[in-house]
Design a protein around this ligand. Structure first.
Ligand SMILES: [Zn+2]
Length: 360
């Protein structure tokens, strides 16, 4: 490990609220292997260096970090293992056949305590953590390591890693003047995808929907990047299946990916409720419609019907088991937090804590 690596590692350790890593499915070596395989699949001539750094922290999001040294840029993909633990929990809740509400209460309090802890709102972090711990253990906990959940989380981790590698490719395109190698014009890639669609689905009504989403993507530069990264991830995942994979296998992968998008949508809603920022609604709806359209490219036309049935039933089931229950829970918790701030005793206690922290 060189000086720059050390510097970046220290920087990350300071920035993140690190937790004990309890993930049994993904020992770090498995992640390094996965990462190497993804890089191998997109690598090109003269590619700058990229290293994987693994973290497990409350921040839970992965990101690409460019670091400059002696006019050369080295890239670091910071992969945060903690997100996968949340995705696994959401998968388990989705698989649970009885009432999911008690688990969603516990999980919501936990999510709120993590978000408010990061926002340094210790009073609320403490209150929500106590509530999360006071509730019974998760009823769906036996479903955390079923074959189905393991298979989905595997796809979801592939997706997260390959999506971030997509950011690396995207940035290279922006930074590198010379485009002699396989760094492709990103806009062209997307245009190509869409023109393929327009040809393939000439007479279908959702072409208009697709045109609408292209327009949205065009005005929003960020969205262009996110959709590009998603397509890198989808292509990588499907490339591992070989030609003409059995349809149930493809559909299972698509289901794992769809669940991943739906879970992260709920996580960003929680983040939005706590921090009041972001435009998650637009971003998520574009990504979801991009996914629904893009994913068809990996199936044969006689499989479209099965795909659309699977998507419909999964989304319905997700709404019934998760979305329609967790969103009202989020707003109830929000009201309880507001009440907490309104109570005189708490106000007093809070001001005492603050003055102690200030050292008055
Ligand atoms: Zn991204």
């Amino acid at each position: 490990m060189n000086e720059l690596d050390n510097f970046v590692m220290q920087f990350i350790a300071q920035q993140r609220k690190v937790l004990p890593d309890t993930d049994k499915q993904y020992v770090n070596q498995a992640l390094y292997d996965k990462f190497d395989e993804i890089i191998e699949s997109v690598i090109f001539k003269n590619a700058p260096e990229i290293s994987l750094i693994i973290s497990c922290s409350y921040q839970k999001y992965s990101l690409m970090i460019p670091a400059k040294q002696n006019s050369k840029t080295k890239y670091y993909l910071l992969y945060d293992k903690y997100l996968a633990q949340h995705l696994k929990m959401f998968n388990a809740v989705f698989l649970y056949q009885k009432n999911t509400e008690p688990d969603l209460w516990k999980f919501s309090y936990q999510l709120f305590s993590e978000e408010t802890y990061l926002a340094k709102d210790m009073l609320v972090a403490f209150y929500t953590a106590i509530n999360a711990n006071a509730l019974d253990d998760f009823q769906c906990k036996d479903l955390l390591a079923t074959n189905e959940n393991n298979r989905w989380i595997d796809i979801q981790v592939d997706y997260i890693l390959a999506h971030e590698v997509g950011h690396w490719l995207f940035r290279l395109k922006q930074y590198q003047k010379e485009r002699d190698s396989a760094i492709i014009e990103i806009n062209e890639v997307l245009e190509e995808v869409y023109s393929k669609y327009s040809r393939k689905f000439k007479d279908k009504d959702y072409i208009s929907l697709l045109t609408e989403s292209i327009d949205k993507i065009r005005i929003n530069g960020n969205m262009l990047e996110e959709c590009f990264c998603d397509s890198v991830a989808y292509s990588y995942i499907f490339s591992r299946l070989g030609d003409d994979p059995p349809v149930d296998k493809s559909l299972d992968i698509i289901k794992g990916l769809l669940l991943c998008l739906l879970h992260t949508q709920i996580l960003s809603m929680c983040n939005f409720t706590v921090n009041d920022e972001g435009n998650y609604e637009i971003v998520n709806s574009i990504r979801l419609s991009y996914f629904r359209n893009y994913i068809m490219i990996f199936l044969n036309s006689n499989e479209y019907q099965l795909l659309s049935e699977m998507l419909e039933t999964t989304i319905k089931e997700y709404e019934n088991k998760i979305t329609n229950i967790i969103l009202p829970i989020f707003s109830t918790i929000e009201t309880r937090i507001d009440n907490l701030y309104d109570s005189t005793e708490i106000k007093e206690a809070n001001s005492i804590i603050r003055s102690i922290l200030r050292g008055d």
